[in-house]
Design a protein around this ligand. Structure first.
Ligand code: TYD
Ligand code: MG
Length: 439
């Protein structure tokens, strides 16, 4: 009998089946099954005797000293990690191609002058990495380059060079091992290589960052299944039209998961943004109709955004409702609420909505600001200076509580928006309109 069996694994959730299926029974994703190989060695439970008895450890006797952290030199990156890298930690940095993963890792190497960094480039040539370093004004004296895709050679290099402080693998999808079946980039190869690298990082106590590409559907190409092998999964997000990038944690064995870090792509590298609200509100025009400031929670952090609305007479029989950075369906609901509960006549108007700066808001907390921006545009009267609004709008026109209202209010006041409209002081949309729009 063959030593291996072919199975099919869902690259979205890891569900396995002996037959190919179109839709995954685990996560309902379509066309997500790829061929995978598992060991066919059958063992009957209880038949393999253990060589030595298991040793039990009392949890109370385990040291509870705080973890030793190695700062990445970038405050925003450290915060997302929970304070910095932990020795032996394996971080998967995932993101779409071209989003800035290699750039952010070069920036970290530049900051960690006292550590030797092993940079394994499987994707780019050493010359290309050099060009990036020069562009970022980085002499790269602490960067040891290895142009290799064979994971066995990488493991050997890590074991032989004891002076390495951080390993960067760019990217994990290019790796392969002779000991594993399948072609480079296949599920078996990527998973096996990640496991081998994780083992060597843990044995040597070296933190390691693996770069993983994400496909359009948001799946770490092929192996979403990698996520359970590594300690921390970070996603770098953003769009090519805008310069800011958001770093989110999806999983973290050594810190919080809801933290976000905000960065800006610049000509000479990627820079952290210490005051993101300032950045998003910087270009706001004073006293313009159709604009309202809201406070959105990104992880544990309140951020201020400007919501812009434009209403124009429709040229067709069917008025358009178009949103960018906000859900179109939610916009339609809010338009209906405004018509019925605030007496606004939007039947003959096109409504365009945008979150200034290109950010995507997924929270209902922005409802109230969306309603006020639309009302302000229809009435052609600006929302009063110094007003920030947040709250979910119910179908009856009531304003509902959202999470962390105090934190949001404090942030708004801190940034000069002293008059906060929320469910704490306002019952319904009509009241919010009369408080914030003078006409
Ligand atoms: P890169 O880090 O190579 O992306 P990834 O590794 O995620 O595929 O970044 C690619 C983009 O970043 C590229 O379009 C150029 C831009 N960039 C800058 O804007 N400034 C810089 O200093 C560098 C090095 C790149
Ligand atoms: Mg890259």
């Amino acid at each position: 009998m063959s030593k291996f069996k072919t199975v099919y694994t869902c690259k979205n959730c890891g569900y396995t089946s002996y037959q190919w299926v179109g839709q995954c029974p685990g996560c309902n994703e379509w066309n997500s099954f790829v061929e995978d190989v598992i060991s066919a060695k059958e063992s009957k439970p209880g038949t393999t005797p253990l060589k030595s008895p298991c040793k039990l450890v009392k949890l109370s006797e385990v040291s509870s000293d705080p973890l030793r952290r190695i700062s990445s030199g970038i405050e925003e990156f450290d915060r997302v990690l929970g304070g910095g890298f932990v020795p032996g930690q394996v971080v998967l940095l995932a993101g779409e191609p071209g989003i800035g993963k290699s750039t952010i890792l070069t920036e970290i190497s530049k900051n960690l002058k006292c550590l030797n960094i092993l940079y394994v480039c499987g994707e780019e040539s050493i010359d290309q990495v050099k060009v990036r370093a020069v562009r970022m004004n980085y002499a790269a004296e602490n960067m040891l380059m290895l142009s290799e895709t064979n994971v066995d050679a990488i493991v050997l290099a890590i074991e032989q060079n004891k002076n390495i402080g951080l390993v960067i693998i760019d990217s994990v999808q290019t790796l392969s091992s002779d000991e594993l079946l399948g072609s480079p980039g296949s599920l078996v190869q990527v998973r096996g290589c990640t496991q081998m690298l994780t083992n060597v990082a843990k044995e040597n106590g070296i933190p390691m960052v693996l770069v993983g590409h994400v496909t359009k559907e948001g799946v770490v190409a092929g192996p979403k299944v990698l996520e359970h092998i590594v300690d921390t999964v970070l996603y770098l997000e953003g769009d090519s039209q805008h310069l800011f990038r958001i770093l989110r944690t999806n999983k973290n064995r050594f810190g919080p998961v809801s933290e976000v870090g905000i960065f800006e792509m610049e000509e000479g590298g990627i820079k952290e943004v210490k005051n993101p609200s300032d950045m998003f509100l910087k270009q706001r025009m004073a006293n313009s109709a159709g604009s309202c400031v809201t406070v959105v929670m990104e992880g544990y952090r309140p951020l201020l955004f400007e919501i812009q609305a434009l209403t124009v007479k429709t040229s067709f029989g069917y008025p358009r409702r178009t949103a960018s950075g906000f859900s179109n369906t939610r916009l339609q609901v809010l338009v209906a609420i405004l018509e019925r509960r605030a007496g606004l006549n939007l039947g003959s108007l096109d409504v365009y909505l945008s979150v200034a700066g290109g950010f995507k808001i997924n929270e209902y907390a922005a409802d109230l600001a969306v309603c006020l921006a639309i009302t302000s545009s229809v009435k052609d009267c600006p929302v009063k200076e110094g007003v920030a609004a947040f709250g979910e709008c119910g179908l009856n026109g009531e304003i509902r509580r959202v999470t962390q209202q105090d934190k949001r209010s404090k942030e708004a006041v801190k940034l000069g928006y002293g008059e906060v409209i929320s469910s704490d002081n306002t019952k319904n949309i009509l009241e919010a309109v009369s408080k914030s729009i003078s006409r």
